[in-house]
Design a protein around this ligand. Structure first.
Ligand code: BGP
Length: 472
């Protein structure tokens, strides 16, 4: 058997979740409001209640993990279950809930990987400017300290943030995240990147100073950015700008602890397109540099890559939030236009399926940031309109998707990249931020009317891989 098919001993075969997308009980048990509650209610298209009702059904989901060989779960703590106002008074019921949940994980032999913030800033802080307001950084550090101390015995694997770039771009460039409707503000997106990285650094330093056992890191959503015409200098420049915006700015902050001169020049140039200037202070860099030495993990959420063409027309942003293939448009003046590439398949939501892009990113990180320690693919998966027919969900397209990505993951290991785990997004079907419930990702189908779980064909396939440690 070729070495490329085998996973190492101890590899994590995981499933990912996020509090707001699966728990339900968004207003129950003392939980405070978050930015999404009013935003979704106002739009009236769908709500996150009861989602997958994980708040009441986690035992069942963990039992399924155990049965299907899933030995790791990504869970996020809902900040506003702990501090309903973001800071100040603690909600004892929320604190107790996560103790029960983490204990149940261990009882089922499923290792929890816990994220402190997965898109759900408490409303009280969001209303004051979210992470563009530096007071939110202070509040986040306090919340992080509280969680490390409270859950340190049950949790050994920590992530500060999920997808800083998604927060920045969906809020300030595409306008699809609360408050909705802000578009094209590259300056605010980059400032948000920086401020959230600062909050990450503050939490990492707090974790180290207190001598907590375990490992800590951050989850970035990374995409390969390729010029559509690899010989066209304008396309090459478009790809570089998108790369700085989404990848390089955040990776520099994470692993260098500052911004390389070319990264910074490009970022300032992009901010200037909106008449803005980035506020990056000397004391911020002191903090980022200190934390850069302590990142144990880099979590990578990888779904797709992009092919870019130069673009100087007006911004055209249409987000495909329905699964009507071919409706997505993304063209940013002075940055570039995302285009399809012949021969590269797309999902119904126009996400390009390009597993080689994940390999390229993994190798790049090993070469560009040799001080990285350990990488986990913290999300990867395929959103689809899965159907339950005669009690069965057959999803061969998902098996193909996951197999291809795992195969490139193993190749990256052969190329010397330390990747130690893979989490499917998502463990079970759940709420999708801008799509609601017709976009399904899970190993376990959820009938949202009855909350019944039905393992999909992909779950049976994955269980074989997890049990044998061999990619089939
Ligand atoms: C990531 C998020 C997840 C999840 C996933 C799928 O960006 O971390 O929370 O939502 O994407 O995205 P979507 O639901 O928009 O298809």
């Amino acid at each position: 058997m070729s070495a490329t098919c085998a996973f190492p001993e101890g590899f994590i075969f995981g499933g990912a979740t996020a509090a707001y997308q699966c728990e339900g009980e968004t207003h129950g048990h003392g939980k405070g409001l978050v930015s999404w509650d009013g935003f979704l209610a106002e739009r009236g298209r769908f709500s996150a209640d009861p989602a997958s009702d994980f708040y009441h059904r986690y035992e069942q989901d963990l039992a399924l993990c155990e049965r299907f060989g899933i030995n790791g779960i990504r869970i996020s703590i809902a900040w506003s279950r702990i501090f309903p106002e973001g800071t100040g008074t603690v909600n004892a019921e929320g604190v107790a809930f996560y103790h029960r949940l983490f204990q149940a994980c261990h009882a089922h032999g499923v290792e929890p990987y816990v994220t402190l913030h997965h898109f759900d800033t408490p409303q009280a802080l969001f209303a004051q400017g979210d992470f563009l307001n530096r007071a939110t950084i202070d509040a986040f550090e306090k919340y992080a300290r509280f969680c490390f101390a409270e859950y340190g015995r049950e949790v050994r694997n920590w992530f500060t943030f999920n997808e800083i770039w998604a927060v920045a771009s969906n809020t300030y460039i595409e306008g699809t995240f609360p408050p909705g409707g802000i578009t094209g503000r590259l300056d605010q997106a980059l400032q948000c990147n920086h401020n959230m990285m600062l909050a990450h650094a503050r939490a990492v330093l707090a974790f180290e100073e207190a001598g907590h056992p375990g490992k800590i890191g951050v989850v970035h959503t990374l995409e390969g950015k390729y010029p559509y015409d690899e010989l066209d200098p304008a396309d090459i420049e478009a790809a570089r700008k998108e790369d700085v915006l989404q990848n390089q700015f955040l990776l520099d902050a994470t692993f260098r602890g500052d911004y390389a001169p070319d990264t910074l020049a490009c970022a300032q140039g992009l901010a200037a397109l909106c008449g803005g200037e980035l506020d990056i202070r000397d004391e911020d860099l002191v903090c980022l540099r200190a934390a850069a030495r302590h990142n144990d993990y880099l979590g990578i959420n990888y779904y797709q890559s992009r092919f870019l063409r130069a673009y100087d027309g007006p911004n055209i942003l249409h987000h495909n939030a329905t699964g009507d293939k071919g409706t997505e448009r993304y063209a940013l003046r002075g940055v570039g236009e995302r285009v399809n590439k012949e021969g590269i398949p797309r999902t119904d939501w126009d996400w390009l399926i390009y597993p080689e892009g994940m390999y390229d990113l993994l190798v790049r990180i090993r070469l560009q940031y040799p001080n990285y320690r350990e990488i986990l693919i913290t999300e990867n998966g395929m959103g689809a309109k899965d159907e339950l027919v005669d009690g069965v969900v057959d999803d061969p397209y998902r098996i193909d998707y996951v197999r291809a990505h795992l195969s490139w993951l193993l190749r990256a290991r052969e190329a010397g990249v330390n990747v130690s785990g893979y989490f499917l997004w998502s463990l079970m079907d759940m709420f999708s931020w801008t799509n609601g419930y017709n976009k399904r990702y899970g190993f376990f189908y959820v009938d949202f009317a009855t909350q019944d779980r039905v393992p999909k064909a992909s779950a049976y396939w994955f269980a074989q891989v997890a049990r044998t440690g061999v990619l089939m």
